[in-house]
Design a protein around this ligand. Structure first.
Ligand SMILES: [Zn+2]
Length: 413
């Protein structure tokens, strides 16, 4: 008999599949080159949806400490992401009176890419970053006080008992990454000062569905969030969403603003009703909307494979730019390996001279592109495509073209 699965938020039994991408290794488990002959463990990438709260979710297979141990992602390697962080800091200082007397706490503070801008203007900061190697970079290179632990009710209670409360509690791309979303949001409720403000950014489920971003599905990413579901989750823990903004980051994200449910300092913005209306119009409050997603995903697989097969029949050399997690989902789901792709390149030196998980495509420094002059460059982090195509403008010299897989397969000359 099949095992019953229950919703990570509302505990109802889950009966529906959102998308089943088959088996895949953990997308951030890059393999060292000398271990190419060893086996790799794969896990199901089967995403389901709850028909009560509409939380789209992936089951937990690995404990988070396995996933985030020696995590290879350093936020500071993306210049556009740094600018986004700096603009956020200016916005919060200007519009929400975050000042030298405020305590700012960031959950999943990574290498201090964001908190450094609060620190520059003498606003007290505290980072929380479970990946020890990344937290070390924040402490040593940027001087950001950082606790290397997972955030939840236990850590929140410990901080409060030490006299710490957050006037601004923020987290970017972390809400979707926590396996126990109830304990996480309950922890924020505990750590937030009475008049404090929470901001969180996460990829908007509406974009995932409308723009076919199935490659943002990977094992480290447990929940796929709409505003209407997040509003229910926060309300269940005594937090009220009073504003929301849409951003182009990560293919289309929401930035939500929350406060204690009984806090009267913040009035509800019109944006709240506007986003809820937009989601309802797109059918995010109907189970049927979620059940048709698989068809558009299959189409990307068929189109990308036929494009690659055609190019290989013409003896073209194809390489990959950007060894991001989302790229690994796409390559493994489509079954693309070295018969199509000569190699991948990535700016992040921690990923260079490794093999991509699953596909075992070798990763080098972007300099390799100048050396080998490939005909086609498949850009996997499509959310940074403008930035990447600009960085690679020199490939025009030998007539190379770009290949973009999502939302639909496209060749850019
Ligand atoms: Zn549910």
């Amino acid at each position: 008999m099949r095992k019953k699965i229950f919703c990570r938020f509302c505990q109802h039994e889950i009966k529906h599949t959102f998308i089943d991408l088959g088996m895949s290794p953990l997308s951030n488990s890059y393999i060292s080159m000398d271990k190419s002959e060893q086996g790799q463990i794969s896990y199901p990438l089967h995403v389901r949806v709850c028909d009560q709260c509409f939380l789209v979710q992936l089951e937990e297979f690995e404990t988070p400490s396995d996933i985030f141990n020696d995590y290879a992602y350093f936020s500071s390697f993306s210049t556009s992401w740094l600018k986004h962080a700096k603009d956020y800091v200016e916005y919060m200082v200007k519009n929400h009176d975050i000042n030298n007397h405020s305590q700012v706490v960031e959950i999943a503070s990574n290498d201090g890419y964001l908190l450094q801008y609060f620190k520059e203007v003498d606003i007290p900061v505290l980072g929380i970053e479970p990946a020890k190697n990344v937290a070390e970079v924040a402490k040593k290179e940027k001087g950001i006080p950082t606790i290397s632990e997972f955030f939840g009710t236990a850590l929140a209670q410990k901080l409060v008992s030490e006299g710490k409360k957050a006037d601004l509690l923020l987290g970017n791309n972390v809400l979707a990454h926590v396996p126990d979303i109830n304990d996480f949001v309950a922890g924020m409720k505990i750590l937030l000062a009475d008049d404090g403000i929470v901001t969180m950014e996460f990829p908007h489920l509406l974009n995932l569905i409308e723009k076919n971003q199935f490659d943002t599905i990977y094992h480290e990413h447990f929940s796929y969030l709409s505003f209407l579901t997040v509003q229910q989750i926060f309300a269940a823990h005594g937090l009220r969403l009073f504003d929301v903004q849409e951003w182009a980051t990560h293919g289309g994200s929401l930035r939500i603003f929350a406060c204690h449910a009984n806090c009267s300092r913040y009035i509800v913005s019109d944006n709240v009703a506007r986003i809820l209306e937009k989601e309802k119009k797109a059918g995010l409050d109907q189970i049927n909307t979620y059940l048709t997603f698989s068809e558009s995903v299959k189409k990307v697989k068929y189109d990308l494979l036929s494009c690659l097969i055609e190019l290989k029949r013409q003896n073209k050399n194809i390489v990959v730019y950007g060894a991001a997690a989302k790229g690994n989902t796409l390559l493994n789901y489509c079954g693309i390996r070295q018969e199509f792709i000569d190699y991948a390149v990535d700016m992040n030196p921690h990923k260079q001279n490794t093999l991509l998980p699953g596909s075992c495509i070798p990763v080098y420094s972007p300099d390799k592109i100048r050396e080998t002059k490939p005909d086609y460059i498949l850009i996997l982090p499509w959310n940074l495509k403008e930035e990447i195509m600009q960085q690679l403008h020199y490939v025009k010299a030998w007539g190379a073209k770009f290949l973009l897989p999502i939302p639909e397969v496209e060749i850019v000359e």
